[in-house]
Write a protein that binds this ligand. Sequence first.
Ligand SMILES: *Cc1c(COP(=O)(O)O)cnc(C)c1O
Length: 356
Amino acid sequence: MKKHNYSAGPCILPQEVFEKSAQAILNFDGIDLSLLEISHRSKEFVAVMEEARALVLELLGLEGKGYQALFLHGGASLEFLMVPYNLMAANGKAAYLDTGTWASGAIKEAKHFGETIIVASSKPENYNHIPKNYTIPADANYFHCTSNNTIFGTQMKSFPQTNIPVVCDMSSDIFSRSLDFSKFDLIYAGAQKNMGPAGTTLVVVKEEILGKTNRYIPSMLDYQQHIDKESMYNTPPVFPIYASLLTLQWLKKLGGIPAIEKINEAKANLLYTEIDRNPLFSGTAAKEDRSNMNATFVLNNESHTETFDKLWKAAGISGLTGHRSVGGYRASMYNALPLESVQVLVDVMKDLENKI
Ligand SMILES: *Cc1c(COP(=O)(O)O)cnc(C)c1O
């Protein structure tokens, strides 16, 4: 039987995505060839790319609003660099909100391009909350934030108002909740957290913000060149893009973001209610900032670790260990994780309480 997969990434995908993508490797779309052995410029693959790009905009409610969706290589980590390359003017400045390991990774790259202002940071408290009430300089070229902090289990519930372009790393909560996505000028996400397998990065960019810096941008790092080449500047990662398309189709069939958001809220409520009720456990993130995707928690008494670990493993749960920088446990409840899997975890937590 399949395990209850709480992996933080690469993560669980819908079962039908695994089945259909396995089929496509053997015989893609009934053409008697594998998806892996056909040209990315074949009409069959071009159709995949076009549908995937269009479906992204449709699901985010961004059709006809001047946005382009791109499927690139290099992971979200390459976007840490591409964003300042494309958006920070020579002698310009950018504003960053430091909410975790990934945010600080983005800051590290931006610093090489110009003045990088950290508007606020929760680092002194080991990133256990999202800073609030900070000021964004009006003369910065853009503001960068991370919507969900995968490692620390915090999530931005609201986004600041500003007149400068807003860039957001949504790697671990894209397509998980309703937002007014038109408030963002550039969104990026490594596929492997909530959309597909590792190997492609989704970038959604409002085209009008590009072309405003006067620096040379290498072709592979230039969003405009990728747009002009319809996301096929070079050979795209065909398999992760196809599997991502299957996930997006699954999501659309389910009722899109509003439908999955309800399910995600139900899962998070179920688990956080137990974390708060059960005297053996504590959550590590500030309550008002708790992530609906990654719930981080610890055992109040570490001597129960062995018993708890045995119990959840025996219940068929996988991937519950917290990130090495935080310790404890992390339950990643991405879109494809069923509510039943969360119930299994909650039952194990209750079981531990009864045994002790
Ligand atoms: C995982 C993660 C990244 C890094 O993604 P890669 O695709 O491995 O480069 C960046 N940001 C966030 C929020 C993440 O969760």
